[in-house]
Design a protein around this ligand. Structure first.
Ligand code: CA
Length: 717
């Protein structure tokens, strides 16, 4: 990215005229129209004048991520080649869907940075860095990712990991307004893309697992003034309720739920439907995870894990449908919502569709919220036996309620869901929804109420879960695939397995193709009807973000962002980058550069078995989410066994307690751990480093691991 920043000094001043005088360039930039997106144009997104655009997060208001472009087809997709790429200045995870308007491509990266490129050539136009504080990373459950921008009336809108919403002049890359959407002392984080409708910028946030109360906000796109805000869960009744729905929702809770925030953070899907004038928002799970700890005594816990319809003009409640009442399994219901017209029961119904974490595919009437169908899109679901079509409620399996039974339970889907944030697509041509799908289960074990002063408060025992997963009766299946699902017959039509990995987001085209990346460093095109893999390319990193396609000067381009935080190429860095392809493209990625060989040089073992055990537990609680089980690191975070700092108690303390690396996101943990805990962590990591040194890996193999199970990192919102 260094080269981009150097050349962007020129590019910021002018959109297309490098070499002209600065004055002329500045006036050209002022006059140059950019991001000319408005309601009329979005409504006409599929008209000939706009088919080459990708003007909003899900391409148009329906968020089907279906493009009418037809130049790239099953017959010629084999000629697709890289035409340009842009490396980002970070190795963190990437989840962004680019937006393309009139030949300019806007893409966000980790740390909430935003870049504008000439979409045809990749020429950098400008860069915007909101300067988020590195230490805010501790308030994000799942890395400092960002999923993209909204474009409207000459501006692009970016939401940041530290909770700000920023309007940026699309021609110059300069901030127009910048507002905080959160109370600054609360651990919220925004990873999602804003949406814009009726001149209002809509944005939610993450924070459920940090015991916060979720809400959706609408800001005036021109001024940044808060227009309305809708809370997902009720607050303390003693403070009064914001509206009638909160009063109604409070009756579905018990105990003193407001003390733990409740959760429900709407961190991804927000969809406006011009046909109903409603905005649909997917709400997050409850926190802490076990419902009996969150609010003992049962109840549905509205509006957790629901789809809620609000009136766009006022933010007033219209209807809701709760997919997972009394939720206990991290079943966020924030996955992408799409609107469509489907032939159901001999008539055309205007519906919304969702494939949320809990494994059922929901089709609801968009105007009324009436449940039309809810069938499994993945095998092995055991938290519910099905959905009762009369009541709309799940037929729950009491054994899966580990929260109530007090016993651990193997529950499928696992906490990461059968599908979560990766974009899905619907092709009106095939009538299929394309879903990146995971079949897996997890051993849920409740712990006592979590008093963690930093990071997530899940009230889950990861140690007992790891023990349980060693049992012979532990389900062994964990597979990922891209599937085509027919939302009318509720049948899987085809699947493209991702052996040993996970599928990325999907995009379909009128060229009869579906595009998706995966965690195996691959980006591929499939025949939309059959799933036949027609083309693939090596991305050198996992690509899970939503692909897009657009047209400039008569040529069709396909773009995807790569950069996955647990990518399999352990010995190579995570290449976070934007990749753009076209027919006959001849650009080449540079060769993979392996990490320089690291030498294990741990100090002599120290600390009693008891101290090391304490270090292991403390590590599991505070360190493993980023640094992995056993200090193994990943392609994004340092492998602590090789870290020089483990040789010195003082150096280790400077980082862990004094925050010497806070700018990089390694915050001080002084609020949560004492000096003796830090030293116990060091003793544990040193013991792992000594083990690895005594069991050297074969060249280019994953470095040796002790036989104990890795601690899983929670995922999602
Ligand atoms: Ca969650």
């Amino acid at each position: 990215m260094r080269s981009l920043i150097a050349s962007s000094v020129c590019a910021v001043l002018l959109l297309s005229a490098c070499g002209k005088s600065a004055d002329k360039a500045a006036s050209a930039a002022k006059a140059a129209p950019a991001a000319q997106v408005n309601e009329a144009r979005l409504l006409a997104a599929n008209e000939p004048a706009n088919v080459g655009q990708w003007m909003s997060h899900g391409r148009d208001y329906s968020e089907q991520r279906f493009s009418p472009l037809t130049k790239v087809t099953a017959a010629n997709v084999s000629q697709l080649g890289l035409t340009w790429f842009a490396d980002f200045d970070t190795r963190r995870g990437q989840e962004s869907t680019p937006v393309i308007v009139d030949g300019v491509l806007y893409v966000t990266t980790a740390w909430s940075k935003l870049y504008a490129y000439e979409a045809k050539t990749g020429k950098p136009l400008w860069a915007f860095d909101p300067q988020v504080p590195g230490e805010w990373a501790v308030n994000a459950c799942c890395d400092v990712v960002n999923r993209g921008v909204a474009a409207w009336n000459g501006k692009v809108y970016l939401a940041t990991i530290d909770g700000r919403l920023i309007a940026i002049d699309a021609a110059t890359g300069k901030s127009v307004w910048d507002v905080s959407t959160i109370e600054k002392d609360k651990p919220y984080a925004i990873t999602g893309a804003p949406r814009i409708a009726k001149g209002k910028v809509l944005i939610g946030q993450g924070g459920s697992e940090f015991e916060q109360r979720g809400y959706l906000s609408a800001y005036d796109a021109e001024t940044g003034k808060l227009d309305w805000r809708w809370f997902v869960v009720p607050g303390n009744p003693a403070n009064g309720f914001e509206n009638k729905q909160m009063e109604m929702a409070a009756k579905t809770w018990s105990g003193e739920w407001w003390k733990t925030g409740g959760g429900g953070a709407p961190w991804d899907s927000i969809v406006f439907d011009p046909k109903t004038n409603l905005v649909y928002v997917g709400t997050g799970n409850g926190a802490p995870w076990p419902s009996e700890i969150r609010a003992p005594g049962g109840g549905d816990h509205l509006f957790l894990s629901s789809i809620v319809a609000l009136k766009i003009d006022t933010g007033e409640y219209a209807w809701h449908y709760q997919t997972t009442p009394n939720e206990s399994w991290d079943y966020d219901n924030v996955s992408q919502i799409m609107t469509a017209d489907l032939p159901i029961g001999g008539t055309t119904r205007h519906v919304l569709m969702q494939a949320p974490k809990n494994g059922f595919f929901y089709v609801l009437d968009a105007a009324s919220g009436e449940l039309l169908s809810a069938e499994p899109y993945v095998q092995g679901i055991n938290w519910a036996k099905g959905i009762d079509k009369k009541t709309g409620r799940p037929i729950k399996n009491p054994e899966a309620n580990y929260s109530k039974t007090g016993k651990g339970a193997f529950v499928s889907p696992y906490y990461g869901g059968a599908h979560t944030w990766q974009p899905i697509s619907f092709s009106p041509n095939t009538g299929f929804a394309y879903i990146p799908t995971t079949q897996s289960s997890y051993a849920f074990v409740a712990a006592k109420q979590d008093d963690n002063p930093m990071g997530q408060k899940l009230s889950i025992s990861f140690a007992k879960s790891a023990e349980m997963s060693q049992r012979p009766d532990a389900p062994k299946i964990s597979i990922g695939y891209l599937q085509a699902f027919d939302p009318v017959t509720n049948k899987e039509v085809w699947r493209a397995p991702v052996e040993g990995g996970r599928s990325g987001g999907a995009m379909s085209t009128a060229g009869g193709l579906v595009f998706a990346g995966n965690t195996l460093n691959e980006f591929a095109a499939y025949k939309a009807e059959t799933g036949e893999k027609l083309w693939r390319t090596d991305t050198q990193t996992g690509a899970l973000a939503g692909p897009v396609t657009y047209e400039v000067d008569g040529e069709q381009f396909v773009a995807v962002v790569g950069g996955f935080r647990q990518t399999g190429s352990y010995w190579a860095p995570n290449y976070s980058r934007l990749l753009v392809y076209k027919l006959g493209g001849t650009a080449k990625l540079p060769d993979v550069v392996e990490f320089p060989a690291q030498v294990l040089n741990p100090p002599a073992a120290f600390g009693s078995a008891e101290v090391i055990k304490h270090g292991e537990e403390t590590y599991g609680r505070f360190c493993s989410t980023c640094h992995g089980g056993e200090g193994r690191g990943s392609s994004m975070f340092p492998d602590l066994r090789y870290a020089g700092a483990i040789n010195s108690a003082e150096a280790f303390k400077t980082i862990v307690l004094d925050g010497a690396l806070a700018k990089n996101g390694m915050v001080s943990f002084a609020k949560a751990i004492k000096p003796e805990d830090a030293e116990a962590i060091r003793a544990y990591v040193v013991s792992k480093a000594i083990y690895a040194k005594e069991h050297p890996p074969t060249p280019r193999a994953t470095p040796a691991r002790a036989p104990a199970a890795a601690v899983p990192a929670p995922h999602g919102g």
